[in-house]
Design a protein around this ligand. Structure first.
Ligand code: VG1
Ligand code: CO
Length: 543
């Protein structure tokens, strides 16, 4: 087979964001676009000759085409073996597990996660390292640097590989091993959780619904929840992965999974419900009549993880991204274990997990995970919740109430202003940054500012520093406002405003969320002049 060296030129904007490179699908489909980026990854990791790499994705539109291109490029450049999920499907956590289990040198994940899919929607690609985790900043910077000076790429001239058949074939000198995407992952889950206990609890009448949102977790959830754990047939809905996710956003939030929330707030709700996102790394947790915020979920999981066999020894520490509420810190403090605060994006948890400093990690954006892989993991969170419910024999609502009366409650919400003109968003952040030194001591709506800063992270493991990770304003009563710009959007800028207000155990634990947060929301607008500078009267999405 012939290897072609194709002349090309740098394409602007190939800079990985919070989680890989995300662009409009049509941008990725332009001549040389994908090839340039893949070659930049290959060059940034010192070539693929002799290496073993994992490949899979969330099944969105163009996933199959991109997979063939990556296979031809890696084969052209001497990869020893490519381990590919059948039909190029692998959830992000399953890909992370496969990289680790097989001792691979890394892996390509084709996904734009919770962003919609289709020719007129979004596409994405990220590279994970040998530890199974997203490429660290140092590597993504190298990839970007290579993309700015690329002049050629190498690709094999060959027919498509049949990715539907499990087994090993050959592409030039490269072995292509097509594996079942679910079985290794399901086996890992069985080592962490008490499947017998969960199975008994389900057969004794605990009811559940899992919404796969027409994305990649469908086959995983059907196998694990229905086949292995015996949940009633039909408990998993929207289980078939579709290239356009059925036309929706595969985003497990009260906005995009409103039907599921409606079900849980109405008569006849099951005991427990959950949803996951496009690539299977996020989760939304609901009980009958209650939505559990992701920040609270992390805290409850941290407080109860020891009830599952995989965590019976206790936790080394808990890490959360900076904008995530401080509920998990309170659990760690009481348990006398370490807690960490990192910038947004799972890549920042990798060192803490590798070094054994953190066992559980989480983000307010519905990501929770542990040291079993190096990605957040939607179904893992669902199974840990089920294990806890089975063990405690209490409904979700009661578990939440007990948690708040022990630790206090961190009322929390995130307001997103989407597709804001980039200049306006940058100007808002710059104006706020400029006034940071003057803010401490000032009062707004009864809240007094204790400190105000631009978050900078010093990685305690490798000593690297990451600056400019979000503006954080702390008030003397423990309330907090955080503002940052999204690094996953594909249109203009998305301003994220994170709002938190704490009530101690003896405080008001049953307020309506809007009432609890009203002063914090007002202070955020007054300080950042959000309405004035964005021209928006209200956020587009509130989670
Ligand atoms: C968002 C979330 C962040 C998450 C990232 C990737 O990033 O805020 O917490 O890690 O998405 O999640 P940003 O930069 O848009 O705020 V996933 O499930 O979309 O890979
Ligand atoms: Co995701």
């Amino acid at each position: 087979m012939q290897v072609n060296t194709v002349a090309t030129a740098p394409i602007a904007g190939q800079k990985p964001g919070t989680s890989g490179l995300r662009k409009k699908t049509r941008v990725f489909m332009q001549p040389h676009y994908l090839e340039n980026f893949v070659q930049s990854i290959i060059d940034a990791i010192g070539g693929v000759a002799g290496k073993v790499l994992v490949l899979g994705g969330d099944g969105r539109y163009w996933n199959d085409r991109a997979a063939q291109v990556i296979l031809r490029m890696c084969a052209a450049q001497g990869a020893r073996r490519m381990i590919v999920g059948q039909n190029a499907l692998l959830s992000t956590p399953a890909a992370s597990h496969l990289i680790r289990k097989r001792g691979a040198d890394g892996g390509f994940i084709l996904s734009a996660s919770h962003n919609p899919g289709g020719e007129d929607a979004d596409f994405g690609l990220k590279f994970n390292s040998a530890n199974g985790g997203p490429a660290p900043e140092s590597l993504t910077e190298r990839i970007h640097a290579h993309s700015q000076r690329i002049d050629a790429y190498q690709i094999l001239e060959a027919q498509d590989v049949d990715l539907s058949r499990i087994g090993t074939t050959q592409l030039a000198q490269t072995e292509i091993e097509i594996v079942d995407p679910v079985s290794d992952y399901a086996a890992l889950m069985e080592t962490l959780f008490d499947f017998d206990l969960i199975r008994r609890t389900l057969s004794n009448g605990l009811t559940l619904r899992f919404d796969a949102m027409h994305a990649v977790t469908g086959p995983y959830a059907t196998e694990i929840l229905e086949r292995r754990l015996g949940a009633a047939a039909g408990s998993v809905v929207n289980a078939r992965p579709l290239p356009d996710f059925g036309g929706g956003h595969p985003d497990p939030s009260p906005v995009w999974a409103a039907d599921l929330v409606g079900l849980m707030m109405g008569d006849g709700a099951p005991d427990f419900a959950a949803a996951s996102d496009g690539d299977g790394d996020r989760n939304m947790i609901l009980g009958r009549g209650v939505y559990v915020t992701p920040s609270d979920s992390l805290a409850v999981l941290a407080a109860n993880a020891h009830l599952a066999p995989g965590y019976a020894r206790g936790l080394a520490g808990v890490a959360r991204s900076m904008p995530t509420s401080r509920a998990a810190d309170l659990v760690a403090q009481k348990a006398g274990i370490a807690h960490f605060e990192t910038p947004t994006g799972w890549k920042f948890f990798g060192n803490l997990l590798d070094d054994g400093r953190a066992t559980l990690c989480g983000e307010e954006s519905a990501g929770t995970g542990s040291d079993h892989v190096r990605e957040k993991d939607g179904l893992w969170a669902v199974l840990l919740w089920l294990n806890i419910l089975a063990h405690r024999g209490e409904p979700v609502q009661r578990i939440m109430a007990a948690h708040w009366s022990e630790y206090g409650r961190n009322y929390y919400s995130r307001h997103d202003y989407e597709a804001v003109p980039t200049e306006a968003a940058d100007a808002l952040i710059a104006a706020l940054r400029a006034q940071l030194p003057d803010l401490p001591g000032r009062s707004h709506d009864g809240l007094t500012i204790e400190s105000a800063e631009d978050f900078s992270y010093l990685d305690p493991v490798d000593g690297s520093r990451t600056n400019g990770q979000g503006i954080r304003i702390l008030f003397t009563d423990g309330s907090r406002v955080v503002l940052r710009l999204s690094g996953t959007g594909t249109e203009g800028a998305t301003l994220r405003v994170y709002l938190e207000r704490y009530q101690p155990p003896e405080g008001a634990l049953d307020l309506a969320l809007d009432d609890a947060l009203a002063p914090v929301i007002a202070a955020a607008d007054a300080l950042a002049r959000i309405r004035e500078l964005t021209g928006r009267q209200a956020p587009d999405v509130t989670t």
